[in-house]
Design a protein around this ligand. Structure first.
Ligand SMILES: Nc1ccn([C@@H]2O[C@H](COP(=O)(O)OP(=O)(O)OP(=O)(O)O)[C@@H](O)[C@H]2O)c(=O)n1
Ligand SMILES: C[C@](O)(CO)[C@H](O)COP(=O)(O)O
Length: 236
C-alpha cells in the first residue's frame, strides 16, 4: 500500500477532436450517465488517495471545458493542447515545470475513464520500488496479422504475438527525464504516440505493469457503450 504522503500530479491529454468517434462533439465530451467522459476520468483520478493535482491539456478553441462544474476546482489546471497528443502532453509538462518540478508525473488519456484505483496504485509503486518508470499494459490475446502495404485487405504476414502488449495509460515516469525525452524526440521528428516510446527512444528502461483490458480507450462508436458497461460494474 502506497503511503498517502506520496502525492502525484497527472497530465491528462484532452485536446483531441475524436475523428474516429465521428460524433457531434469531441468524444471526451460525450456523456455516460449524465457525466462527460472527461469528468468520469478526472473524478476517477482525483479520488485516488495518491493524486493531488491534474493538468488538463484542452484544445485552444474548446467550447465545452469551461462549462464543466469541476472547472473551478483548485486541483485542476487548464493548458492549451497541441496538434498531436504528444504536443499536448509536453504542453502540460512545460506548465508543470513552471509551477512545481515534481519528481514523478503520470500521464493518462481523457478517453480512458475505466482505469481502476488498484491498477493506478500498482503503477505508482514503481516510484517506491523500482526507480524506473512504466505504463499500464495488457498482453495481446489474439493472433496478430500485418496487412499488405499495397493491398491492406490482404495479410502480409502473421506477427509473433509472444511478448506483445497493448500499451495503455496511465504512464508514469520521472518528470525531468520524461520532459527532456519527449521534447528531444519531438524536435528530432520521432513518431511519438505514447510517453513510453519517447523514454525508450532516449534509452530509458520502461516497466510493463499488467492492467485489465477493461481500461479501454474510447475511440470508436461502440466503445462508449462498452465503457458505460464497465463503469456500471464499479457501482455493483
Ligand atoms: N492533439 C491531441 C490529440 C489527442 N489528444 C488526446 O489524447 C488522448 C488519446 O488520443 P485519441 O484517442 O487518438 O483521441 P483523438 O485524437 O481525439 O481521436 P482521433 O484520433 O479519432 O481523432 C485523447 O484523450 C485525446 O483527447 C490530445 O490531448 N491532443
Ligand atoms: C497513449 C495510448 O493511449 C497508448 O495506447 C495511445 O498511443 C494513444 O494513441 P492515439 O492514436 O492518440 O489514440
Amino acid at each position: 500500500m502506497l503511503s498517502t504522503e506520496l502525492q502525484f500530479t497527472v497530465v491528462v491529454p484532452a485536446a483531441g477532436v475524436g475523428k474516429r468517434m465521428a460524433a457531434d462533439r469531441p468524444k471526451q465530451y460525450l456523456t455516460i450517465d449524465g457525466k462527460t467522459v472527461l469528468e468520469h476520468t478526472l473524478d476517477k483520478l482525483i479520488s485516488h488517495p495518491n493524486i493531488q493535482h491534474i493538468v488538463v491539456a484542452v484544445h485552444p478553441q474548446d467550447p465545452y471545458f469551461d462549462g464543466l462544474p469541476c472547472r473551478q476546482q483548485p486541483w485542476l489546471t487548464r493548458v492549451d493542447g497541441g496538434d498531436e497528443r504528444a504536443d499536448s502532453v509536453l504542453a502540460g509538462l512545460n506548465m508543470l515545470a513552471q509551477q512545481q518540478q515534481p519528481d514523478w508525473v503520470l500521464v493518462h488519456d481523457a478517453a480512458r475513464p475505466c482505469v481502476s484505483h488498484s491498477e493506478i496504485s500498482q503503477l505508482l509503486a514503481l516510484a517506491e520500488h523500482q526507480g524506473q518508470g512504466g505504463l499500464l499494459a495488457c498482453p495481446v490475446r489474439d493472433t496478430m496479422k500485418r496487412a499488405n502495404k499495397d493491398q491492406p485487405s490482404l495479410i502480409d504476414k502473421t506477427v509473433d504475438r509472444d511478448g506483445l502488449w497493448h500499451a495503455l495509460t496511465p504512464q508514469f515516469f520521472p518528470f525531468s527525464a520524461l520532459r527532456t525525452a519527449l521534447s528531444n524526440a519531438l524536435q528530432a521528428k520521432i513518431a511519438i504516440t505514447d510517453e513510453a516510446s519517447a523514454m525508450e527512444w532516449a534509452g530509458h528502461p520502461v516497466q510493463l505493469v499488467e492492467s485489465s483490458d477493461k481500461n479501454i480507450k474510447i475511440t470508436r462508436p461502440d466503445d462508449l457503450a462498452l465503457a458505460a458497461f464497465y463503469l456500471s460494474l464499479e457501482n455493483l
